[in-house]
Structure formats: C-alpha cells, structure tokens
Design a protein around this ligand. Structure first.
Ligand SMILES: *Cc1c(COP(=O)(O)O)cnc(C)c1O
Length: 197
C-alpha cells in the first residue's frame, strides 16, 4: 500500500518536512504550481511525484519533465502527447487512467465504456508504463457513500488486469483500503486544511 502525501497548495518547505519525516511519494494537482516548487524538492533523495489533477494537453510537456507518475490520463490524445513528451526528454512515466464513475458534470475521467480501447492504446505507448486505474467519488462526509465507487474501480481493474488502484482520500481511505486500494491520496489528514489556491 502506497501513501501518497497530497501537497497541493502547500509550499515547498512542507514537502521537505514531510520528506524528513519519512514520506517519499507526493501528489500534486497543478502542473504550474508544482513547477514553482520543483527546483527545491525534485532532488530530495527517493522522493517521487505523482500528478493527480486533471492534465490539459498544453501542459503535457511540462508534466512529462516534472512528474514521475501521471494518474489522470483520460483520453488517448492526452496519453499520446504525454508519451511523445516523455520520450523526447528521455523519461519513462508511470501511468494510471482516471475513471469517471459518477454522473457529476465537473469531474474528469474516462467513461467505463471507453476503458477497453483506452487501456489497449495506452499499453502500446513505450514511454508510459500503465499500472492501474484512479478514481475520485463525489465528495461525501460519509465514507460508506464512496464504497460502491471503490468496489466498481476494483472490478474494472480486475477486468483489465491492472494491478494498481488509486482511490481513497482523507475522509474515506479506510473504506478504499478495504475495497483494495493500492495507492491512497491523503492531504488534509496529514497537513491540515488547505487555504483556497
Ligand atoms: C486534493 C486531492 C486529494 C487529497 O484530498 P484530502 O481530502 O485533502 O485528503 C486526493 N486526490 C485528489 C485527486 C485531490 O485533488
């Protein structure tokens, strides 16, 4: 089980402190925000950085340079651009596909019905190593509301033989672990409440 410490909105010294406390996997939501912190934190020995926020196609080149893993691939177009950018900078990126399991308009992610083709396409891209699926259920106080989404992601992961499932945040990570999460993404429970970016 991998704990990804979500450090969006917090400045670089918070990442350094977390690293000193032993954390090694970090999640950031915004390419541009992380670009500002990267010079201070990218060199921390053993630290790895995951992009967990939506990736726009005009940010793929920067993302490929800055991150070790991208969890939010949700279209073939983004995957191809990211692959080209990673190859151009001589890098291999870990990749996950973000799946949209709720009907919320604002959420990003691939529809479950599009996964078969997307998994096949991403698997052929040499600079991306497809490892699993990621999802974010609609926010709720009650972790039991998230559980069916976690169970659904586990089923999809099994169907496509993908070993990793990134699911669960501060309010619902216990339920996510019970449903098979391999990566949980925790911000507030580690660092306290964020101010609005
Ligand atoms: C902010 C964020 C998290 C962490 O949320 P917390 O509730 O602070 O633990 C996890 N995943 C994603 C995609 C996020 O944007």
């Amino acid at each position: 089980m991998t704990l990804i410490a979500v450090t969006k909105v917090f400045p670089a010294p918070v990442i350094e402190e977390a690293w000193e406390a032993g954390l090694r996997e970090f999640g950031e939501n915004y390419v541009q925000e992380f670009e500002g912190k990267a010079p201070r934190v990218r060199g921390l020995s053993g630290a790895r950085f995951h992009l967990i926020g939506h990736l726009q196609s005009n940010k793929t080149r920067k993302a490929a340079e800055l991150f070790d893993a991208v969890q939010t691939i949700d279209s073939e177009k983004i995957a191809r651009r990211l692959n080209e950018a990673a190859a151009a900078s001589g890098r291999q990126l870990e990749a996950m596909i973000e799946v949209k399991l709720s009907g919320e308009e604002a959420k990003h992610g691939a529809a479950p019905g599009d996964l078969e083709l997307l998994v096949a396409a991403v698997s052929t891209l040499p600079a991306l190593r497809l490892q699993g699926l990621m999802t974010m259920p609609p926010w709720s106080e009650d972790p039991e509301q998230s559980r069916p989404y976690f169970a659904r992601l586990r089923e999809l992961g099994a169907r496509f033989r993908l070993p990793c499932l990134s699911m669960g945040m501060s309010n619902d990570f216990e339920a996510a672990i019970e449903e098979g999460a391999t990566h949980i993404r925790v911000g507030t429970a580690l660092f306290g409440r964020r101010r609005k970016p």
